[in-house]
Design a protein around this ligand. Structure first.
Ligand code: F3S
Length: 292
């Protein structure tokens, strides 16, 4: 079986930076907590827990030590609350997310209605909305848009991991309801590159494997994109989720991974899939032995 690994896959710049700084912090400090899981990858967060990182969901449960703001960022309100306490803040908000927060705050203060194209339940989007006093209208599908609502001035931004086609479609629809429109395509470069590589590989293979947390937004987008091109797309978190029996029928398999998937998980999957033919032969030999 031939295996093609997408050129741009795995840890992005923002996740890499968050991981490195967090590992440094837990090596030299005591009582380090992350506000929410550091990244959307269970294997990585389990490992960080073993190394000493606490994960909290409510800032009122912490009064001292160091608190890590993960790459998704947080609202202005929570930032202010944390700053007023005796807590050291290690702000690892991805610079691309911080840029969106600043833009949203600037145009909100200039009287624009903020529109975010993204998932209203995702921590990055919740955080961004917190820089315009939670006033943004958030659209994740055509059905979310109320065409009877007319706007004077709108400023549209995207969740960093949004699929560009969807961003374009929803921005075009909502733009028709406003007198003045500013559109900022704030999908980050790492996302663009991963989505482009995923498309390229998916169009050249019989099946695709997308590796990444089941709750990871950017991984889910890769799965969506891959399925549009290659219907036999499998979303897995680790090598243990591979279904070798199903995969053995394919000649060429593509592999990609979300921005919060570490290299060691990708390598394990690539090795196992590359060795499927050997593994299946071994299994057949074992079965034949038991039949003799
Ligand atoms: Fe930052 Fe983009 Fe990664 S926003 S955290 S570089 S997916």
């Amino acid at each position: 079986m031939k295996v093609i690994l997408a050129k741009n896959s795995g840890f992005c710049f923002g996740v890499e930076r968050a991981m490195d700084s967090t590992l440094d912090a837990i090596n030299i400090k005591k009582n380090v907590s992350s506000l929410g899981p550091l990244i959307h990858n269970k294997q990585v967060t389990d490992d960080l827990k073993k190394k000493g990182l606490n994960t909290i969901s409510d800032i009122d449960t912490i009064n001292n030590g160091t608190i890590i703001i993960r790459s998704h960022g947080i609202s202005k309100d929570i930032h202010e609350k944390l700053s007023s306490r005796n807590i050291e803040i290690l702000d690892l908000t991805c610079p691309f997310v911080r840029k969106i927060q600043k833009k949203v705050q600037k145009f909100y203060n200039k009287g624009y209605n903020i529109i975010i194209i993204g998932d209203p339940n995702h921590p990055e989007v919740i955080g961004i909305n917190g820089w315009c006093e939670n006033s943004a209208d958030i659209f994740n599908s055509k059905d979310d848009i109320d065409n009877s609502k007319k706007y004077d001035k709108i400023c549209i931004v995207a969740q960093t991991t949004m699929n560009y086609e969807k961003f374009k479609l929803l921005s075009d629809i909502v733009s028709k309801n406003a007198e003045e429109v500013l559109i900022y395509n704030t999908i980050c470069n790492a996302t663009k590159l991963r989505q482009t590589s995923c498309r390229e590989v998916a169009s050249d293979v019989d099946a695709m494997i997308v590796i990444g947390g089941y709750h990871s937004s950017n991984t889910q987008k890769l799965v969506e994109i891959s399925k549009e091109i290659c219907k036999d797309t499998y979303h897995i978190e680790t090598v243990d989720d591979l279904n070798l029996e199903k995969l053995k029928k394919y000649n060429v398999v593509g592999i990609t991974a979300g921005a919060s998937t570490p290299d060691w998980i990708i390598k394990e999957v690539v090795n196992r899939v590359s060795n499927i033919d050997n593994e299946m032969n071994k299994m057949m030999e074992e079965i034949e032995k038991t039949l003799v």
